[in-house]
Every structure is written in structure tokens, then in C-alpha cells.
Design a protein around this ligand. Structure first.
Ligand code: SG6
Ligand code: ZN
Length: 249
């Protein structure tokens, strides 16, 4: 008798991110609550060039800036946000919507401070991390984004950081806070399956010139031959048996 390899294959779970979101098969879940963003501008700390993108870091030693409600149980503490973009304005987002890519995607990263004591610990658990994804579509210069972009000159090369305080992160959120949600992973190494993804349905705008500034950042250190961060988005992963829920019908 042969072994049932196909059975074995189905036992492995693959809850990786990003995914393509099919808006017609996403399931409306009336028990999903509206999201509650409580961000304190004072917790913004610094911008760091991490080589494959730049992170805007927040002080996360206490629950001053938190995300709660929505699909979440308890509150999740804000620790950083970053963007994914592409080598041209035609692609760049990680999540796809009905096979369509946006030119960029903002990820606002939070960790479960009710259950865990640090991001590193939280990332080892399926309920450890919550990431809010916001799509960027081509349009007018985004003023909230401009204050970040004006600082990118100071973090041109890998490893550089500059202070960045008093930032109103709410300015990067769209008006309509309806969302899709599903369980997935970090989109970079170590790809831990620890993320409750919350993808906002309404996009914010970015200008082509602003996207160009992202691509001027270098993935190389100061003393190396310059090479640029032209793109940093992971391709979509299989949905498998997962369900994507929508907060609105
Ligand atoms: C970016 O995404 C960040 C990096 C890491 C990664 O590359 O620069 O800090 O973030 C939370 C974390 O480890 C994965 O985060 S993501 O899944 O939201 N894209
Ligand atoms: Zn990301």
C-alpha cells in the first residue's frame, strides 16, 4: 500500500501573508466591531533605515498608543510603521485586491501587550501581533506623508536613524475605517504566523514624486557602493483554507 502523501500535504498549515483578497468571496461578519485607534503623537521616536525599507519607531514601554476593538481581543500596543513599494508606480503593495496591486502599502505594527511582554515574545504566538494595512493610491501629495519624507535625507543609507517626534499617525488613516481581516504572517523573515491582518478598504493618496523619494533610499551602508531600495514587496501566498472576513456587507 502506498503512503497517502496528499493527506500529509493537507495536514501542513500555510498561513502566510500577503494574500490576494477576493472582495466577492470575503465574508461579511456582523460581529466585527469598528476599529478604535488611540494614538498619542508623543510616542513617536525615530526613523530608521533598516536596509530593505525604513521603520518609523514608537516608544512601546507602556500602553500610550494602542489599537483595540475591531477583530481584536484586548488592546495591541503600537511599535512601528513602515511601507512597501515597487520599482514603478504600477505595483508595490503586498496585498492584492481582486488581483490588483496598489503602488504602495502602509503597515502599522502592534503587539498584544495584554498577554505578552515584548514584540519578540508576542511574535511567537498566533494572537501576538496585529498589523493594519493601508493602501496608497496615486493622487495628490499626501501632507501627512510629507513630514516623513522630509526626513528621509537624514536616513539615506542602511543603519542610519534620525529623531522623529510629535507625529499624528491618524493623519495617515482614511476617513472610512471598514476593513477586511484574516489570520496570517509577517511578510519578511522569520515569516512567523502571528499576525491578525486588518486591511482597510479605503486607500489614502500618495503622489508619484513622493514614491520616488522612497526609491532614493539606499539598501547599502555609507561606506559601500550605493544601491537603492527600488522595491520591497513579497508576492501573494496561497489562501488555503483561510477565510477573509469583511466588517461591512
Ligand atoms: C518590514 O516588515 C519592517 C520589519 C518587519 C517586516 O520589513 O521593516 O521591521 O517588521 C514587525 C516586523 O518584524 C515584517 O512586518 S510586516 O509583516 O508587517 N510586513
Ligand atoms: Zn510590512
Amino acid at each position: 500500500m502506498g503512503l497517502h502523501y496528499s493527506h500529509h500535504k493537507h495536514c501542513l498549515t500555510h498561513h502566510q501573508s500577503p494574500i490576494n483578497i477576493n472582495t466577492r468571496t470575503a465574508k461579511y461578519n456582523p460581529s466585527l466591531k469598528p476599529l478604535k485607534f488611540s494614538y498619542d503623537p508623543k510616542t513617536a521616536k525615530r526613523i530608521v533605515n533598516v536596509g530593505h525599507c525604513f521603520n518609523v519607531e514608537f516608544e512601546d514601554i507602556c500602553d500610550k498608543s494602542v489599537l483595540s476593538e475591531g477583530p481584536l481581543d484586548g488592546h495591541y500596543r503600537l511599535c512601528q510603521f513602515h511601507f512597501h513599494w515597487g520599482s514603478s508606480d504600477r505595483d508595490g503593495s503586498e496585498h492584492n485586491i481582486d488581483g490588483h496591486l496598489y503602488p504602495a502599502e502602509l503597515h502599522i505594527v502592534h503587539w498584544n501587550s495584554k498577554k505578552y511582554t515584548s514584540f519578540a515574545e508576542a511574535a511567537k504566538h498566533p494572537d501576538g501581533v496585529a498589523v493594519v494595512g493601508v493602501f496608497l493610491k496615486l493622487g495628490n501629495t499626501n501632507p501627512a506623508l510629507q513630514s516623513i519624507i522630509e526626513n528621509l535625507d537624514k536616513v539615506k543609507t542602511k543603519g542610519k536613524a534620525c529623531p522623529f517626534t510629535e507625529f499624528h499617525l491618524n493623519g495617515l488613516l482614511p476617513e472610512d475605517l471598514n476593513y477586511w481581516t484574516y489570520m496570517g504572517s509577517l511578510t519578511t523573515k522569520p515569516y512567523f504566523e502571528c499576525v491578525t491582518w486588518i486591511i482597510l478598504q479605503e486607500a489614502i493618496t500618495v503622489s508619484s514624486q513622493q514614491l520616488e523619494q522612497f526609491r532614493r533610499l539606499q539598501c547599502t551602508s555609507e561606506n559601500e557602493n550605493p544601491s537603492f531600495i527600488l522595491e520591497n514587496h513579497r508576492p501573494v501566498q496561497p489562501l488555503d483554507h483561510r477565510v477573509v472576513y469583511s466588517s461591512c456587507p
